[in-house]
Design a protein around this ligand. Structure first.
Ligand code: ATP
Length: 512
């Protein structure tokens, strides 16, 4: 199965089992907007808790915040979003399709990289065990030719983006002979800047002054509340403020399912530090965040750092944690050392001091900030795509199982009476009662037991509990484990603690 087919199957599965629906589907949908269904909302809430508790509960010097989505419009001038939160867009005159100029070039570069990967594959086949990858990459003439091309194009692209040279970007698209994937033509318009913020009107007057924005990131809500939280919480530097909330971006090219949406959720933490100490904290948070990701058990090989060589004007260090999605390694989280840019800008634009008095040094200063910013929806997609497994289990028998981390699974246990009679449903409901105050539990008595197991596998339920006639006599149930499908008889009195041990958030946090 190709990665493309795999991704299509994951999207179809997400819909079929109530994880993610296209928004406004009965009206043919709304581009790049999605709704989370009955299973999706549980998984999403569990991811939020895993992040929130790891940030706020495990760090005495990190507290939470829930700022409003609407904010004073001047905030977005101060932050630079009104002036510079732009993407370069280009239209194909024949297909009338719109693209991000930088994405067209990145896709082109990815295709060149694929050519190198194919050469490596060919080399591996030809030389077998004697194949030396490093030597091959540094000597094979085909590889070297493509590599040089990639370097030149990347260099020209990053210079054009940095200098805001829109004509340069267009020329590069023409020089690379990039054609529109829909029309196949190279009939391109000029490249224009497009601001990604959604705006709307507040109040009844339709005046310019009432124009406000839907926040494109949650971070600014934290910056403008920095002193409120610091003073009322008597916080001492270094300390952090964490927030989970919606953000909105009018993305030009919204694709890849919930990877790039126009309405999405971020989980951000801004960590305020003494000027000069930001690099230590930046490195600390890089490691801490990677540890959080790998603690989910999806496999360390699915993550990698991507350090930024070209930094945004406000940053003095930045990297992404990338995840191996079905469509390749892509950004999942950003870690940025933002200097004192944001607080200084708000000081300037609001006319209010944004300083901290440090009792240890007897000095007042504008703190520096290290930010960790992760997309909730992207984490959802990462978890879902890593968990999705199509499995052949026996002759002519297969199953789709979501091998979700137990702590994140929407349903933790399913209680299944073997048959719908002989007092088994009553006994099963008793067991359900026993568990339901501690965990999300389903009761299911429809269809054969095999079908019921498949349904629970498909939503990633770690445990199935089967009640049979024997249960009525010896008070023992069959506990079936999702991944190994092993079954074991245990007493009813032992089920609760047995399952709790594996699904408990506390236990999972302890292992980070
Ligand atoms: P990208 O380069 O993919 O557009 P970004 O660098 O603009 O992302 P940030 O501004 O650093 O992203 O936002 C922090 C995080 O928010 C990202 O790592 C990502 O997980 C998430 N995110 C950003 N834009 C979107 C979006 N349109 N849909 C879903 N998640 C998003």
């Amino acid at each position: 199965m190709t990665q493309d087919d795999l991704f299509k199957n994951i999207i179809a599965h997400a819909k079929e089992y109530g994880f993610v629906f296209p928004s406004s589907e009965i009206y043919d949908g709304l581009s790049a907007v999605y709704d989370y269904g009955q299973m999706g909302v549980e998984l999403k809430n569990n991811i939020k808790s895993y992040w929130w508790e790891a940030m706020v509960r495990l760090h005495q010097n990190i507290v939470g915040l829930d700022a409003a989505i609407f904010m004073h419009p001047k905030i977005w001038e101060a932050s630079g979003h009104v002036g510079a939160f732009n993407d370069p867009l280009i239209d194909n005159k024949d297909s009338k399709k719109r693209y991000r100029a930088d994405v067209l070039l990145e896709d082109y570069l990815a295709k060149q990289q694929e050519k190198i990967d194919k050469e490596v594959e060919k080399g591996q086949k030809r030389f077998g065990d004697a194949f030396d990858r490093v030597q091959f990459l540094s000597t094979n003439p085909n590889v070297l030719r493509v590599k040089e091309k990639i370097d030149t194009i990347s260099q020209r692209m990053s210079e054009a983006l940095h200098k805001n040279d829109l004509e340069g970007l267009r020329q590069l698209i023409l020089d690379c002979e990039i054609a529109c994937p829909v029309s196949g033509s190279r009939n391109w318009t000029d490249v224009r800047q497009f601001n990604l913020m959604f705006s709307t009107q507040m109040g009844s007057l339709n005046e310019e002054a009432n124009q406000i924005y839907l926040r494109p990131e949650t971070a600014q809500g934290i910056f403008v509340n920095f002193l409120n939280v610091q003073k009322t919480g008597r916080m001492k530097i270094p300390f952090g403020i964490a927030q989970i909330g919606k953000a909105f971006r009018n993305e030009i090219v919204a694709r890849q399912f919930i990877f790039r949406m126009r309405e999405f959720e971020q989980m951000e933490m801004q960590f305020f530090v003494r000027p000069g100490e930001e690099m230590n904290w930046y490195n600390y948070w890089k490691e801490a965040r990677l540890r959080w990701h790998t603690s989910l058990g999806l496999g360390p090989e699915r993550y990698r750092f991507h350090d930024h060589d070209k930094l945004a004007h406000y940053a003095n260090a930045a990297c992404d944690i990338e995840f191996a999605f079905p469509f390749g390694f892509k950004e999942l989280e950003g870690i940025h050392s933002r200097t004192d840019f944001d607080l200084s800008q708000h000081q300037k634009f609001s006319g209010r001091k944004q300083q901290y008095f440090d009792p240890e040094t007897n000095e007042s200063y504008v703190p520096y900030v290290v930010e960790t910013s992760i997309g909730l929806d992207r984490t959802f997609l990462a978890v879902l795509s890593a968990a999705y497994t199509e499995e052949h289990i026996a002759e002519g028998e297969s199953r789709v199982v979501l091998r979700l981390p137990a702590v994140l699974a929407p349903v933790k246990a399913a209680v299944l009476p073997l048959v719908k009679k002989d007092g088994l449903p009553q006994k099963a409901r008793e067991v359900w009662q026993l568990l339901t105050y501690d965990m999300n539990t389903q009761y299911d008595e429809k269809d054969s037991i095999g079908k019921r197991y498949r349904r629970q596998d498909a939503i990633g339920t770690p445990y199935c509990i089967t009640i049979d006639h024997q249960t009525l006599e010896d008070n023992m149930i069959t506990l079936r484990e999702r991944d190994s499908m092993t079954q074991e008889r245990i007493p009813v009195s032992a089920i609760r603690s047995r399952i709790l041990e594996h699904i408990s958030l506390g236990e999972a946090l302890r292992k980070i």
